[in-house]
Design a protein around this ligand. Structure first.
Ligand SMILES: *Cc1c(COP(=O)(O)O)cnc(C)c1O
Length: 371
């Protein structure tokens, strides 16, 4: 039987091959390969999609988080609160901005940071909070935004896994001082290479991001600050415009798959399912369940032709890069790292495929002795 893969980007792109080829030809014929009208068009369309004032295309998600912080005036000497359970680039972006990441343990039921955890981590040097809509699930924004306002903290959404998700009807990317998106190929909205984007309602903040991302220069050739090169390519922008037009449909496909898993697996005591918050509309970047003996379950599923993944096996505070960070105890992040297992949920996985995944998982779990 055909293997069910976690990711099959070639299959996704094959469905869009005609408009993608047209976009490629258009950009090559234009002679403008970095910035320019194609990038401006994508920035406009993505901002409109999110319902936010504006957007600036950059080179990657890591740069988007970093430049969002810098554009909000967060920098060296500042502490930035981050989830302990996230992709490591969230932390690396904070470090790249010259700040110290202060991790917060996730809520056990949602796997996300919450207002109570963040409130406990606020200290005299705290300048900002980066929340992460991990797995396409949506963080409970209202109490966190209220807390940030009360303490005068900058609030940034790392929305790299949640393009198109909603919180009480509003798109994420429009719920904080700024939001940062990765547009890496495997994300819900992905380019054919590295790309990222920053959104905000604050035009001056976006102008600072634009300048920092282009050698710190407003006037070409004159650096006003020590900026970087983090611009968006026109080819990537043109590809992203094609894929943005298809994003809601692709996310709906993920929802169908997630619902299939929920219905099939919700009766089981030996699998913990993701629990989106009431009022949120997740976009299922990953469908992450929690099981005991996770590595064995993953290996047995692979033997049955089902590819799974682990997001993420090592929490950032356990990585060599952060060996010198005194993070304090983070037991919930460590427990998640041992239990999380991502089932295939991307648009190319069919409903029948999900059925096969469920059957294989149930079969494997029968062999795992109860605790
Ligand atoms: C992918 C990702 C990033 C980094 O994005 P890149 O484009 O790979 O730099 C940052 N944060 C989260 C939550 C991500 O999933």
């Amino acid at each position: 039987m055909k293997r069910i893969d976690s990711i099959d980007l070639a299959a996704v792109h094959a469905e869009l091959s005609a408009p993608l080829a047209e976009a490629f030809e258009r950009v090559m014929a234009s002679g403008r390969y970095v910035g320019g009208p194609e990038v401006e068009g994508f920035e406009r369309e993505f901002a409109a999609f999110c319902g936010v004032g504006g957007a600036v295309g950059v080179n990657s998600g890591l740069d988007a988080v970093r430049l969002a912080l810098e554009g909000l005036g967060v920098g060296p000497g500042d502490e930035v609160i981050v989830p302990a359970h996230t992709a490591v680039p969230t932390w690396l972006a904070v470090s790249a901005a010259g700040c110290r990441p202060v991790p917060v343990d996730p809520d056990q039921s949602t796997m996300l940071v919450d207002g109570a955890g963040i409130a406990r981590a606020v200290g005299p040097r705290t300048a900002a909070v980066v929340v992460v809509h991990l797995y396409g699930l949506v963080v409970e924004m209202d109490p966190i935004a209220e807390l940030a306002r009360r303490h005068g903290l900058a609030l940034v959404e790392d929305a790299s896994q949640a393009h198109g998700a909603r919180w009480h009807g509003r798109r994420i990317g429009a719920l904080a001082d700024a939001a940062a998106f990765s547009l890496y190929p495997t994300k819900n909205l992905g380019a054919a290479g590295d790309a990222g984007i920053v959104t905000s309602d604050d035009e001056r903040m976006l102008e600072r991001v634009r300048r920092l991302a282009s050698y710190g220069s407003r006037t070409p050739g004159v650096a006003e600050s020590r900026g970087v090169n983090s611009r968006l390519d026109a080819l990537q922008a043109a590809i992203l415009r094609v894929k943005l037009a298809d994003l809601d449909r692709a996310n709906d496909q993920r929802r169908v798959h997630a619902e299939r898993y929920r219905v099939a697996l919700s009766g089981r005591a030996d699998v913990k399912l993701p629990r989106p918050l009431p009022g949120s509309e997740p976009v299922w970047h990953q469908y992450v369940v929690r099981v005991r003996q996770r590595d064995r379950v993953g290996a047995e599923l692979a033997r049955r032709g089902v590819q799974t993944a682990v997001h993420y096996p090592v929490p950032p505070h356990r990585m060599p890069a952060y060996a010198d960070l005194d993070a304090g105890p983070l037991p919930l992040a460590e427990r998640l790292a041992e239990e999380v297992l991502s089932l295939p949920v991307a648009p190319h996985v069919t409903e029948r495929g999900c059925g096969r995944v469920c059957a294989a998982l149930e079969n494997v779990l029968e062999q795992i002795p109860p605790r």
